[in-house]
Design a protein around this ligand. Structure first.
Ligand code: IMP
Ligand code: MG
Length: 191
């Protein structure tokens, strides 16, 4: 590997606390917004459809959804990833079909990080065409300084500076997703 871990940006404890807060907030808002007997329900009443963007959101979605006592289903989408550290997503390609039956549902897209904004904006647009009852988004990390498309997420775990990060699902060239912390990488040549 030409890149190695530099330092821990967000440790396990900080992530756990924040994910828990996010889950509480989402549930509270959902209940206030949709309540009982509102639209967008399934046979068991109001329900949420989580759409995690694979593969980066795999750890985040697992931790988040287990702290959300709501009727829910998940339907993942997969978008093409880029080799190496490149985060330029102009050649964005959605590699899996959208989950079925999004029409009339309360949908929340969940991704690991909001960078240029192209990925979220693209997926949002595609889902909006299916006429969901509501459409929101939640990202663990946000690098607002990198934005190229005007978009914000409804729920953000942490705003971080413009540094390439790995761990807790985020990768460099497919590696490091299993790190329990969010870490920065040591640039090539540095010690
Ligand atoms: P966007 O389309 O530029 O907003 O990019 C979002 C996607 O790029 C994320 O879902 C990640 O897969 C990837 N990405 C952006 N920044 C980073 C990073 O710092 N580390 C790892 N992946 C990143
Ligand atoms: Mg991703």
């Amino acid at each position: 590997m030409s890149m190695r871990i530099d330092r821990v940006l967000l440790d396990r404890q900080r992530i756990a606390v924040r994910v828990s807060e996010l889950a509480d907030q989402i549930v509270e808002d959902f209940n206030a917004r949709v309540g009982n007997g509102g639209s967008g329900g399934g046979p068991n009443g109001p329900e949420l459809t989580l759409v995690p963007v694979m593969t980066g959101s795999v750890i985040f979605i697992a931790d988040l959804m287990r702290q959300m006592p709501l009727m829910m289903r998940i339907g993942m989408v997969s978008v093409s990833s880029y080799p190496g550290a490149s985060t330029e997503s102009q050649n964005l390609e959605v590699k899996s079909p959208l989950p079925d039956n999004l029409a009339g549902r309360h949908v929340m897209i969940v991704d690991d990080i909001l960078d240029s904004g192209r990925t979220l904006s693209h997926i949002k647009q595609m889902i909006a065409e299916r006429n969901p009852a509501s459409l929101q988004s939640c990202v663990l990390l946000d690098k607002p300084s990198r934005r190229q498309v005007e978009i914000t997420a409804d729920y953000v775990g942490f705003e971080i500076p413009d540094a390439f990060v790995v761990g807790y699902g985020l990768d460099y060239d497919g590696y490091y997703r299993n790190l329990p912390e969010v870490c920065t990488l040591l640039a090539e040549g540095k010690r």
